[in-house]
Design a protein around this ligand. Structure first.
Ligand SMILES: Cc1cc2nc3c(=O)[nH]c(=O)nc-3n(C[C@H](O)[C@H](O)[C@H](O)COP(=O)(O)OP(=O)(O)OC[C@H]3O[C@@H](n4cnc5c(N)ncnc54)[C@H](O)[C@@H]3O)c2cc1C
Length: 530
């Protein structure tokens, strides 16, 4: 190594992990276990990303072949078999990995059989694992709004990464990858303490910096629906996608995101969309509904009765408001484009309920990781009415005046809905009868309903070793990706699948990145862009 080459770097280590959520933590632990020196750079002041506020359900499998069948069906030919095989293997091993993580903390790992979300081959051989109790951990770690099993999982991951000696730096956004003459990734540029720092990665770089829930330009380019509101976290803006593209990565699954419909705050400064409490976001079972996390299939954790209907801008219902997996595909009917009017008549759609529905339960909720104060939804929804998040209309005429929908159409839509409730049969959209609630008791309440992204699936293509590939299928030397950044899920999501990918892909990426490079030449960095 020449002095000149050495002088090009401000810092060096074996492996740099970009992002400290679930995947980054799993990669850091695995790279340390493989004997590498590890530096983790996290953009936000607090670590945890989406992982820390997730429900913490990790998809596991009791049978490898069945898991592979399910994964192939849920990806519908949009993902090659080899990375799915690696995930299926990891899903079988995941409960033991979780127990390893939990053991030093005396934490409890719960493993529950719970079928896949859709009735695809193999669905019955799946389950969840979660860290459901950590002694002494009672408040949310870091800036998470709630202590969930995701918080417990991240706590265990963070503790293991620190115990094993990974160096973790927060407030340290990574800006660019640096490459050598053979296109190998040799290091990166990051902002640390207000300085631009060149960090050499002697062995490899793992991109684990999440998706693009707040990447507005990427969402505009890849999603049909506009806008799609971010639900829980502001730090994932697609930085890893730009960095990977810059060094020649191919992308996959960019159109695919996981999301329901939901509400937004009347204060435009409030950064998070509201999820609707009655809509399971991530864990329903295949028979239509609900094997809630940690409970046997068929048990219902969320309120099954859905207090509202949704209408489009002409005042007509257009979907089953409680589809088989609302948190996965609940958004999809909203993004229908009308070629005749050249518009999206369901963005926003309108949610309508009545006085009885208002009294049923808190309609919305915020689940967030961030330092901004989080809105606590009131039990009777009255605070939200005061704030204008929900609007009150004393009668149909007022509802019509406030929404711009003709009163006769609203009267017709509600009459049809109330008749369906009496009959116990939704002839129009097949909503399950036990979710149906009549809307016949003024005052009425309404709000605009918008597409929400829980998390994205798109990003750089990777192989079973988590190596990032070019459009010609060649690995970019020393570059790995893990977690929801380039998820394998390319068609329909499998609840718990993203955290499974964090653990499985993160471990593989960390092990691979830590492998010593035979000749291990010191490669110069590429020129720094101005
Ligand atoms: C409410 C909710 C519940 C969920 N429940 C489940 C569940 O039960 N099971 C499941 O499987 N999935 C669930 N998900 C999805 C799952 O949480 C995420 O897909 C997963 O946690 C993503 O992990 P990750 O490590 O890839 O990204 P994250 O955990 O989001 O971590 C990425 C990190 O990278 C950082 N970063 C971004 N850019 C940079 C940069 N330039 N430099 C440095 N750092 C950067 C971010 O700040 C962030 O900390 C849920 C999601 C939500 C919102």
């Amino acid at each position: 190594m020449s002095t000149a080459d050495r002088d090009m770097w401000d810092e060096e280590t074996d492996v740099v992990v970009v992002g400290f959520g679930g995947a980054g933590a799993a990669a850091a632990i695995a790279a340390r276990q493989a004997g590498a020196e590890v530096l983790v750079l996290e953009k936000m002041p607090d670590p945890g990303g989406l992982t820390i506020v997730s429900a913490g359900g990790v998809r596991i499998a009791f049978d490898r072949a069945a898991a592979l069948s399910y994964l192939e069906a849920t990806c519908a030919g949009r993902t090659p078999r080899a990375p799915l095989e690696a995930l299926a293997d990891g899903m079988v091993a995941a409960p033991d990995w979780l127990r390893e993580l939990a053991e030093p903390l005396g934490a409890t790992v719960t493993v529950t059989p719970s079928p896949g979300n859709y009735p695809f081959p193999g669905y019955e051989a799946l389950g969840y694992a979660a860290i459901t109790e950590v002694p002494g951990l009672e408040t949310p770690p870091h800036a998470a709004s709630k202590l969930t099993d995701g918080g417990r999982l991240f706590h265990a991951l963070e503790a293991a990464a620190r115990r094993k000696g990974a160096r973790i730096v927060t407030d340290a956004p990574v800006r660019r990858l640096l490459t050598g003459p053979d296109r190998a990734v040799t290091g990166l540029l990051a902002e640390i303490d207000g300085r631009t720092v060149r960090v050499r990665a002697r062995r490899g770089v793992v991109l684990a910096c999440g998706g693009f829930e707040t990447g507005e330009a990427l969402k505009r380019d890849h999603f049909q629906a506009i806008p799609v509101l971010a639900g829980s976290f502001l730090g994932n803006s697609g930085d890893g996608i730009a960095m990977a593209q810059d060094v020649g990565a191919a992308l996959w699954h960019m159109w695919h995101y996981h999301g329901p419909y939901g509400l937004r705050h009347s204060d435009p400064a409030y950064p998070y969309a509201f999820y609707l409490k009655a809509l399971p976001m991530w864990t329903p079972g295949p028979a239509g509904h609900s094997s809630a996390l940690g409970l046997p299939a068929g048990t219902k954790k969320e309120p099954a009765r859905v207090a509202w209907i949704l209408v489009d801008q002409t005042g007509r219902r257009f979907m089953d408001e409680y589809p088989p997996y609302p948190g996965d595909t609940g958004i999809r009917p909203l993004d229908a484009f009308d070629p005749k009017t050249q518009s999206f008549p369901r963005i926003p759609a309108r949610l309508i309920l009545d006085e009885n529905g208002r009294r049923l339960y808190p309609i919305g909720r915020s689940i967030a990781n961030g330092r901004a104060p989080v809105h606590e939804w009131s039990a009777d929804n009255l605070r939200e009415i005061e704030l204008g998040i929900l609007r009150r209309a004393d009668n149909l005429a007022e509802l019509a005046a406030q929404t711009g929908i003709p009163e006769s159409t609203l009267a017709d839509t509600l009459a049809r809905w109330n008749a369906a409730c009496r009959e116990g049969h939704d002839h129009d959209h097949g909503r399950r009868p036990d979710s149906m609630v009549p809307i016949d008791t003024p005052p009425f309440y309404h709000a605009e309903a918008w597409p929400i992204v829980i998390n994205t699936q798109g990003g750089p293509v990777h192989d079973p070793l988590q190596r990032v590939l070019t459009p010609f299928g060649e690995p970019i030397p020393r570059l790995f990706a893990a977690g929801e950044l380039g998820s394998v899920f390319g068609h329909l999501y499998l609840s718990g699948g993203n955290l499974a990918e964090c653990l499985v892909g993160g471990r593989i990426a960390g092990q691979q990145a830590a492998a010593p490079i035979p000749a291990n030449p010191i490669l110069p960095a590429s020129p720094v862009p101005a």
